[in-house]
Design a protein around this ligand. Structure first.
Ligand SMILES: [Zn+2]
Length: 327
């Protein structure tokens, strides 16, 4: 009996519950070694590999590397973009806009200011969202024509009063109308030019010197494909619309009537008939009533006949080209 106990494993010799523990340990060892044999381990990092930035990897997360690899390359900057440097204008690029109704564009900028010289910038208030080509046309107009005009007037051009630039809408804000050039970021509405001395040159103000308005008109009608102002339609009485619309044969539209101020004194009206005045004969009253409409329809009042004639002469004097095509 003693001999048999001597050759048994120590676990068996110490009792039945120790036998169970021993068998469990053997099973765990066997399972661990079998699993380790199935799962491949990563190969060791090569000695020549660059040092890992552990902090950066953890901050980026596991998917960041994949996204960076798949992100499309940004398009090469256009020739316009390369030419519109900070020596010409402060006009950072903005992401393309592709909105409904065909609105938007690709090569867009936010035109914040035109650089006339290292010491002079002309701000657009507010900044204008425009295609690069339109922003360049505005910058050239300000640098070469508008700023020198302000200098001639004895001041310095400081701001362009921007009434509207990119806006996805139909022409003249009419729903269903043809898409406005504003919807293509290809148009700018200008209300006025502000000088450093505080003067605002409101371009549609009849009291602004005719020479000043005509100088601006000549300049913009030379540079832009469309110019619409007072007299073009009822939508442009308080601002000047400029755009670079493309038309067959490079056809241009320039409609801006430079009008004289309206008379400031209203015509004198006849006084009320005094109470003590004798009554009018009945026959005369009747004759007046019947005659009035007839004479009005045959011969309009003098101011009505004069108005279009004066307007036409002003238009023909000021316009470089005219068209009644609606915009
Ligand atoms: Zn406009």
């Amino acid at each position: 009996m003693f001999v048999r106990q001597h050759f048994l494993p120590s676990a068996l010799r110490r009792g039945p519950h120790r036998i169970g523990v021993g068998l469990a340990l053997l099973a765990v060892c066997f399972w661990t070694s079998a699993f380790a044999a199935q799962v491949p381990l990563p190969r060791p990092r090569p000695a020549e590999a660059p040092a890992r930035d552990v902090a950066k990897d953890e901050a980026a997360g596991p998917e960041q590397g994949v996204q960076q690899a798949e992100a499309p390359k940004p398009p090469e900057p256009s020739a316009c973009r390369l030419a519109l440097t900070e020596a010409v204008a402060i006009a950072p690029s903005i992401p393309p806009i592709h909105a409904e109704h065909g609105c938007g564009g690709d090569d867009l900028v936010r035109l914040e200011a035109v650089v006339v010289s290292p010491s002079q910038r002309v701000a657009l208030k507010p900044p204008a969202i425009l295609r690069c080509t339109m922003a360049t046309a505005i910058a050239n107009w300000v640098r070469d024509d508008a700023a020198p005009l302000a200098t001639k007037l004895g001041s310095v051009l400081s701001e362009i009063d921007n009434y509207d630039s990119y806006e996805c809408r139909g022409r003249n804000r009419i729903v269903g109308a043809k898409l406005s050039e504003h919807g293509l970021a290809n148009a700018l509405d200008v209300r006025g030019l502000k000088l450093a001395n505080g003067t605002m040159l409101s371009l549609t103000d009849r009291h602004l010197a005719r020479e000043t308005r005509e100088a601006v008109l000549t300049s913009v009608c030379t540079r832009f494909m469309t110019v619409l102002g007072p007299g073009s339609d009822w939508y442009h009485e308080e601002h000047i619309h400029l755009d670079l619309a493309e038309r067959r044969n490079n056809y241009k539209i320039c409609q801006w009537g430079v009008y004289d101020p309206l008379p400031e004194i209203a015509p004198l009206m006849p006084e009320d008939r005094p109470a003590e005045a004798p009554p009018r004969p009945a026959t005369v009253e009747t004759a007046d009533k019947t005659a009035a409409p007839q004479s009005a329809s045959e011969e309009p009042p003098a101011e009505d006949t004069d108005k279009p004639a004066a307007a036409d002469s002003a238009k023909s004097k000021s316009k470089t080209r005219s068209s009644r095509k609606p915009q």
